[in-house]
Each structure stands twice: as C-alpha cells, then as structure tokens.
Design a protein around this ligand. Structure first.
Ligand SMILES: [Fe+2]
Ligand SMILES: [Fe+2]
Length: 156
C-alpha cells in the first residue's frame, strides 16, 4: 500500500465533500427525487467513514501517549456533531419538500443547510494534524495496511 493513511483519509474526505456538494446542488434545484437520493448517498458514505474511524481507527491511538485525551475527545465529539447534523439535514429535506412554499423554506434554512461544510473542514484539519500522521509512524505495517484498506472502502 503506497499512499499514507493521511492521504487516504484526505481522499475520503474529498469524496464526502463532493457528495455534499451534489446533495446541495440537487436540493437547491428543488429536484425532490434527486435531492433525496443524493442525501441518502451522502449519509451512507459519511456514516460508513465515521463508524470505521470510531470502531477501527481511533482505538489504535493511546490517549495521553499518541494523542492528548482532549484532542481525542474533540475528534470523537466531531463525529457526534456530524451525526446530529445529518439528522438535522434529513429533517430540513422533509420540511422543504412538505412545504407549500419549498423555495421559501429552503431560503429560510440556507445557513443550516451549509453548516456541515464548516464542520467537515475543521474535522479534516484535526484528523490531518492529530490522528493520521501518528498512525502513519506506527511500526505495525500489517495494521496500517488493514486501516488503509478500510479507508479506501469508505471512499465510494
Ligand atoms: Fe476521516
Ligand atoms: Fe472523522
């Protein structure tokens, strides 16, 4: 496996950002079936990536040694916020398409609809600084390769 985990995670986040953009494109065109499909794809990919990190990646880090306990708590906290924000987006999609004035409902919620972008940017920076470079330095190549395969799996 030639790419570092740091790069593979960045690629996965880029892919997630792309899915988010497609969702917003379809939603702002008020194309209900396309927006719902795009949201399902975004949610599926984001949940898969987040769960993989919670279950397989983060447990490889020793708090207080590889990463500070505070920073680890921030990374897991981000994952919680991302889950909550997906929930919020799902409710907004419902509210927009159930409204008698969908465009007005969309405009009223523009900042909430865009919220995930800033959250993902901060989260990407955190993982790129405090999580993956530490793992890339670990001597257990077998573990690194397993994590790399898992990350690649979340990039689709
Ligand atoms: Fe990640
Ligand atoms: Fe993450």
């Amino acid at each position: 496996m030639s790419s570092s985990l740091t790069d593979l995670n960045l690629q996965a986040h880029q892919f997630l950002g792309e899915r988010y953009t497609v969702f917003l494109e379809q939603l702002t065109m008020l194309d209900e079936p396309a927006a719902r499909d795009a949201f399902a794809e975004l949610r599926g990919s984001l949940e898969r990536h987040r769960l993989f990190e919670d279950q397989r990646v983060l447990p490889c880090l020793q708090a207080g040694q590889d990463i500070t306990a505070e920073e680890l708590a921030r990374v897991t906290g981000d994952h919680q916020v991302i889950g909550d924000t997906l929930e919020l987006l799902e409710n907004l999609v419902e509210a927009i398409f159930c409204s008698a004035q969908p465009r007005r409902e969309l405009v009223a919620n523009l900042s909430r609809l865009g919220r995930l972008q800033g959250i993902l940017e901060h989260h990407t920076e955190r993982e790129t600084r405090f999580v993956y470079p530490v793992l890339d330095q670990m001597p257990d190549r077998e573990l690194i390769n397993l994590l790399a395969e898992g990350l690649l799996d979340t990039s689709h």
